[in-house]
Design a protein around this ligand. Sequence first.
Ligand SMILES: Nc1ncnc2c1ncn2[C@@H]1O[C@H](COP(=O)(O)OP(=O)(O)OP(=O)(O)O)[C@@H](O)[C@H]1O
Ligand SMILES: [Mg+2]
Length: 410
Amino acid sequence: MKAVTQSPPAGPSSPHLTEEAVRQALRAVVDPELGDNIVELGMVSSVSVQPGGLVVVGVALTTPSCPLRGQIKAEVMGRVGALPGVSEARVETTEMAQEQKAALMSRARLKARERAPRTTVPPRARVLAVSSGKGGVGKSSVAVNLAAGLASRGYTVGILDADIAGFSVPRMLGMEGALEAERDPADPSRKLIHPLTRRVSAHSGGANGAGGELRAVSMGFLAGEGDAIMWRGLMLNRAVQHFLEEVDWGDLDYLVVDMPPGTGDVQMGLARMVPSAEAIIVTTPQDAAQKVAARAASMARKSHLRVAGVVENMSYFTCAHGQRYELFGAGGGRRLADDLGVPLLGRIPLEPAVASGADAGRPAALQEGTEAARAFAALVEAVVRSCPVVEMTSCSARLASRLASLAGPA
Ligand SMILES: Nc1ncnc2c1ncn2[C@@H]1O[C@H](COP(=O)(O)OP(=O)(O)OP(=O)(O)O)[C@@H](O)[C@H]1O
Ligand SMILES: [Mg+2]
């Protein structure tokens, strides 16, 4: 005799086809960039189950031109269409409002934080990743001058040169030497790398009059500048990860990261390991703001990094007679900042002192009296305002540090 299997009744009267069942099925649809399902991420804006088995799902996307739109739509239709009792599945996409996007990104960041591996970056440090949509716009110049300017105001500042193949931090800061590593007393199976340090004397507007300290780590302290190529194949992928896992920074107020050009693996790796990092995006005035904005926004979306603000570099040149020339056009930084909905943190002039200071290891930010020095000072003020140091008196910072110390060496 044939066995009779009991299957749930299909069609409009199916008791199984509820809004909840549809939402449950949608939990299988993962946004690959944000790494979580669309229900958890709050992207399912509505579910309607209609008589006759028609199901309409509203999906809110971060941008109408979301490259994943087709993929997400097809998966939603597939998952919903496979539910018993569904005669037809439809997807209606909308664009999220600004607040919804912000909420989505903070949910994604929270998830990323839960998944993040352990690093030696002090939990209190504000990690500022100086990035750009393209190469040669002045990321390293901005990173080095920002770090030096923050140190001159009395902060303890780490600088991580994440440009492994094209490092420039050692030369720009006038620092040389070899990084030394020693066994971690708490865990002899691993080594801790000590950064090279440089005292920076106080800026006239400095907070405590005593100046501060720069602690730098770069591939340039492991290999001579000419040896960079040799390291490329061996270390490129893993070097930044090593630095994040093994450098004994001590306590830091800020960790400035000089990112390599492009929006590739290093960005994703930093974001995965230090999800609290914030991007500072450097641009020049003439960059087609839309294009750079799209790349920067997509980088931030993929990596969940918060964008702290924009710096416009090479904004203008002032000749000996005091006349200002906007050699590369005007307004690119402002437009990019507006497009991203973040502050324009600074506009740095094109000035020979920036380039010659970089070559001589004397950052322009530390030379008083030049226009570039004033512009960097204003940038430092804006960064301190937008990204204030985390005081250990706040209970969440104390808790974070306590948890880190319980979890192991930090
Ligand atoms: N404001 C400025 N005034 C004068 N020269 C500048 C200025 N900013 C950067 N430069 C010079 O432009 C060149 C490129 O700058 P920098 O190395 O900082 O760019 P980058 O974005 O880090 O480049 P890469 O993408 O290769 O890492 C350097 O020679 C630097 O000294
Ligand atoms: Mg650079």
